[in-house]
Ligand binder design. Structure first.
Ligand SMILES: O=C(O)C1=C[C@@H](OP(=O)(O)O)[C@@H](O)[C@H](O)C1
Ligand SMILES: C=C(OP(=O)(O)O)C(=O)O
Length: 421
């Protein structure tokens, strides 16, 4: 699919979709609980459907409704239907599944598509090998040959927090206690907090014994629970930046008390000079004069691409730092935004983990932009293009389906002219 964005201004209200990160976690926790749970306010993006299919494969009985699911969890790990587990392009699914599925104690292959198996997986390889459990990775799959053991784990904190979350799901189900020590720098810590929040709601205890060490009691059991997913602050980024550069918007469906790290988007736009009013279920954002700033991306990596757009529309020099992990997502997100924004005349430079932009709008673009097969690049470029002097087409726009299938409909609903047939 290609999407063409015509110069246009936004106004009105948009309901932000449910959090993908919280949805993955709730589906997994409910599937591991012996009993019936209902997960409400779900959206069936590709990543979420992939996690649901995976949990069905493990033996959970899941019935899908319009925006919810009923889950009858697994009683034990003896009912794996297919030893090949397709994780499509979802890093969360793959990295959460590996320790959990290992509890089946058999040979299992995890497969994926596009860039998934090229993203870092060495942390698990090292763990499995240190426990003498077969672990083989090639271009097609990661194959494991047995169950992880309880014990004291030590992990690098700057590769992906998804390894920590994956272990947190599985270790409580082993008979002995475990600890996970995370080495500094500990990045994306907020995502581990989301895992701990869901674990607690589903009856699992895991706590920090010091700021970098998690203690996980063994021999625990997940308890079924009903859970409603809150709105997604990563997706909020696109509309918060759109409002900041274009015109006023009200965003609903959000929990202003959320623990999501990407809630930082609200403080970031405020730091850039934007007036934001907090409402019971979201925010009203008023376009204003933007002033340049410096942004620490350590705990909110998924905001990276859209923040380069905010910087491009802010006159003067702005900077993002602690951003190296953007290079290991669905695309190299630093290189992708640099390449595409340069095509539009934006002055943007990067080092390995930093991005500098000297904003000097307006911009014009006379060529097609590439979405780099990455949902967050497509959505960021779409927001940037609303203020170009002429219509711009973005290719590979269907990659939005990974996290936000109704993105273009929502964009159109607030007045942005977009053609995406
Ligand atoms: O746990 C999660 O739900 C996620 C963790 C983050 O990854 P890293 O921990 O690899 O930065 C984030 O980028 C990803 O989109 C979702
Ligand atoms: C990186 C992302 O997701 P995942 O790691 O789950 O593929 C994302 O949604 O931007």
């Amino acid at each position: 699919m290609k999407a063409t964005i015509f110069p246009s201004t936004c106004s009105g209200t948009v309901k932000i979709p449910p959090s993908k990160s919280m949805s993955h976690r709730a589906i997994i926790a409910a599937s591991l609980a012996d009993g019936k749970s209902t997960i409400s306010n779900l959206a069936f993006s590709e990543d979420i459907t992939t996690t649901i299919e995976g949990m069905k494969n493990l033996g959970a009985k899941i019935t899908c409704f319009d925006d919810s699911i009923e889950v009858e969890g697994i009683k034990d790990f003896k009912h794996l239907k297919d030893p090949t587990v397709f994780c499509k392009e979802s890093g969360s699914t793959l990295r959460f599944f590996i320790p959990i599925f290992s509890l089946c104690n058999q040979t299992i292959a995890f497969t994926g598509e596009n860039r998934l198996l090229k993203r870092p997986q060495k942390i698990y390889e090292d763990i499995f090998k240190s426990q003498n459990i077969p672990y083989i990775q090639d271009d097609e799959k990661i194959e494991i040959g047995g169950s992880l053991k309880s014990g004291n784990y030590e992990l690098d904190g700057n590769v992906s927090s998804q390894f920590i979350s994956g272990l947190l799901f599985a270790l409580p189900l082993l008979s002995e206690d475990s600890t996970i020590h995370i080495k500094e720098p500990y990045e994306s810590r907020s995502y581990v907090d989301l895992t701990l929040e869901i674990l607690e709601l589903f009856g699992i205890e895991a706590t920090y014994s010091d700021s970098n060490t998690l203690f996980i009691k063994g021999g625990q059991a997940y308890k079924a629970n009903d859970y409603t997913v809150e709105g997604d602050f990563s997706q909020t980024g696109f509309f918060a930046v759109l409002a900041s550069i274009s015109n006023d918007l009200t965003l609903t469906g959000l929990n202003p008390q959320s623990k999501q790290g990407d809630k930082q988007i609200i403080d970031i736009i405020k730091d850039f000079g934007i007036e934001v009013k907090e409402n019971a279920d979201g925010y009203s954002i008023k376009k204003g004069e933007l002033t340049p700033g410096k942004i620490d991306l350590q705990d909110c990596p998924d905001l990276g691409p859209i923040l380069t757009v905010l910087m491009a529309y802010t006159k003067g020099e702005s900077e993002i730092y602690n951003a190296i992990r953007l290079r290991y997502k669905e695309s190299d997100r630093i290189a992708a935004m640099e390449t595409e924004l340069k095509k539009c005349g934006v002055e943007i430079h990067s080092t390995e983990g930093e991005i500098k932009v000297v904003g000097n709008p307006p911009y014009e673009c006379n060529e097609e932009l590439s979405g780099h097969k990455d949902h967050r690049i497509v959505m960021s470029l779409a927001v940037a293009a609303t203020l170009f002097k002429q219509p711009v087409t973005i290719n590979e726009a269907h990659f939005i389906n990974k996290s936000y299938p109704t993105f273009f409909e929502d964009l159109a609903s607030v007045g942005i002219e977009v053609n995406y047939e």
